[in-house]
Design a protein around this ligand. Structure first.
Ligand code: FAD
Length: 488
């Protein structure tokens, strides 16, 4: 018995209520809000999850339960005020067999991975068999269950779709405490609900991930632009060429804003003063970023094909490129993480704003947001991403919400603040959203939070009724992921 809730007696040994466990479960990467659970479960088997949720479901006073992957949410999505947080990574502590590779060349390879697994571990395990996932996130120290509850996007999404589109099958413990296997063929309603479902319908305990053969090396390229329209036109051209050739030339396409003359590590030392001067002159440079994966057999043709591809493009004078290993490329954000840790800048508040912006509004977005709102500020250690993707690479049956246009951009404001001034940064986010509202740009929040149920209903739009019906079907007592504040 903790506070007013009664917890399953047979899980006593695995339920922690000490300060250390509570504190760790009461905060997240955002460091903006703190919410204490009454207890934290360190499960050693899927059975423990069934017991925890089933006990709540059958109780006259149900308690809430939040799966916590790495807690890399921003606004408390993996928290459970007065409920129970499940430290998912505990599942693999005594079981080293939670990444299993199967399939064959003819029918396709896959990996069965625990929902608590980190993508970096999936990468390392699959590479041992010469295989790799087809769709990644920029940062790999996130759990499979955590990213599949959102979408999982990066520079591969324009071609392969988000991570949620590259899953064959899931095992899920629903809000009734039942363990179900689901796919497009079996229990499909649960499958579609859970993918992008913000943890509302069940806890993913296993995901069968699509794999493909891995290449050893990566040609990593950046090109600079001063003009947004030219930059985005070239991005869209690349996306279209890539689509036509099924990704024969490029595997990855992103873009970012370059506003900080002190963040030029990627570029040759001798060019940095010139780039810094351009930043001073234009305020913002737009960086078109691509990556092509290759191996010995394709080594020579890559350069030739890229040269041909970029020859009509209007970037500023140079193509900056590096040849790195596949792992170095995919794990690039972690390298930056280690530096931030060293400087005490990782565990600071992160008032992030991630938006999907429809193509029809992207020029106005550049003029009103990048060129006006952002340029007023002086940011350090912050990243701003902008790159396009196709709507038809997403499956509309899934819970994830995207704009209603064929092409939309992810526009990400990955702000790092000092400990006491995150509200100032959050006000910038509000200003951005107000601008979009006034300009009629119908953005959708990704990884988002909303202050009220009305805002969530507005977010889901035509998907709301299905989302609500699925909640009633799979978690009728509103037990799961209360920190998203959709139903609780
Ligand atoms: P948590 O924050 O622990 O949980 C997120 C939500 O999912 C919660 O509601 C939780 O209850 C639920 N949940 C967790 N595990 C499960 C499970 N097994 N089953 C069901 N529900 C579950 N996202 C991208 O798409 N692309 C990126 O490139 C990217 N880069 C990032 C870089 C950094 C540095 C950070 C901090 C985040 C990044 N993200 C990115 C966002 C990331 O996908 C989300 O924050 C995701 O939720 C993090 O996963 P997590 O394992 O920490 O989940």
């Amino acid at each position: 018995m903790a506070n007013n809730i009664t917890l399953p007696p047979n899980l006593q040994d695995k339920i922690h209520t000490d300060d250390e466990a509570i504190k760790a479960a009461s905060t997240d990467y955002g460091r903006i809000i703190t919410q204490n659970p009454v207890a934290v479960l360190f499960p050693s088997s899927v059975e423990d999850l069934k017991t925890l949720i089933g006990f709540s479901f059958n109780s006259s006073v149900p308690y809430t339960v939040a799966a916590k992957g790495r807690g890399h949410s921003i606004h408390g999505g993996a928290m459970a005020t007065n409920g129970v947080v499940v430290e998912m990574t505990s599942l693999s502590k005594n079981d080293s067999n939670r990444i299993v590779i199967g399939g064959d060349k003819a029918s396709g390879f896959y990996a069965d991975v625990g929902g608590e697994q980190l993508w970096i571990d999936v990468l390392n395990a699959t590479l041992q068999k010469g295989l790799t996932s087809v769709s990644w996130t920029d940062y790999l120290y996130l759990t499979v269950g955590g990213t599949l509850s959102n979408a999982g996007i990066s520079g591969e999404t324009h071609l392969k779709g988000p991570q949620i589109n590259n899953v064959y099958e899931l095992d899920v413990v629903t809000g009734k405490g039942e363990l179900l296997t689901c796919s497009k063929q079996a229990n499909s309603e649960l499958f579609y609900a859970v993918l992008g479902g913000l943890g509302q319908f069940g806890i993913i305990t296993r995901a069968r991930i699509v794999l493909q053969p891995a290449k050893a090396k990566v040609k990593w390229i950046r090109m600079l632009y001063t003009d947004f329209d030219t930059f985005s036109k070239d991005q869209e051209t690349l996306m279209a060429v890539n689509e036509r050739s099924s990704g024969e030339i490029l595997n990855f396409l992103e873009g970012q804003l370059l506003m900080d003359p002190n963040s030029l590590d990627f570029y040759p030392r001798e060019d940095r003063p010139r780039i810094a001067y351009l930043i001073k002159q234009y305020g913002i440079l737009y960086v078109l970023e691509t990556a092509s994966y290759y191996d010995d057999s394709t080594k020579h043709s890559v350069d030739k094909k890229l040269h041909q591809l970029f020859k009509s493009f209007s970037y500023l004078s140079d193509i900056y490129s590096k040849n790195v290993t596949y792992v170095e490329f995919l794990d690039r954000v972690h390298t930056g993480e280690l530096v931030l840790h060293e400087n005490g800048l990782w565990d600071v508040p992160h008032p992030w704003l991630n938006l999907f912006t429809p193509k029809s509004g992207i020029q106005a977005f550049n003029n009103g947001v990048f060129k006006k709102i952002l340029l007023k500020q002086n940011f350090t250690a912050s990243t701003f991403l902008v790159y396009p993707m196709y709507r038809n690479k997403w499956d509309d049956n899934m819970s994830a919400v995207i704009p209603d246009e064929e092409i939309f951009y992810t526009t990400e404001f990955l702000l790092s603040s000092g400990f006491n001034n995150w509200q100032v940064f959050d006000n910038i986010n509000k200003e951005i959203l107000e601008f979009c509202d006034k300009a009629g740009i119908k953005v959708k929040k990704y990884l988002g939070y909303h202050d009220s149920k009305e805002e969530w209903i507005n977010h889901f739009g035509s998907k709301w009724k299905t989302f609500q019906d699925r909640k009633n079907q799979f978690d009728p007592k509103m037990i799961l992921s209360p920190g998203q504040k959709i139903f609780n």
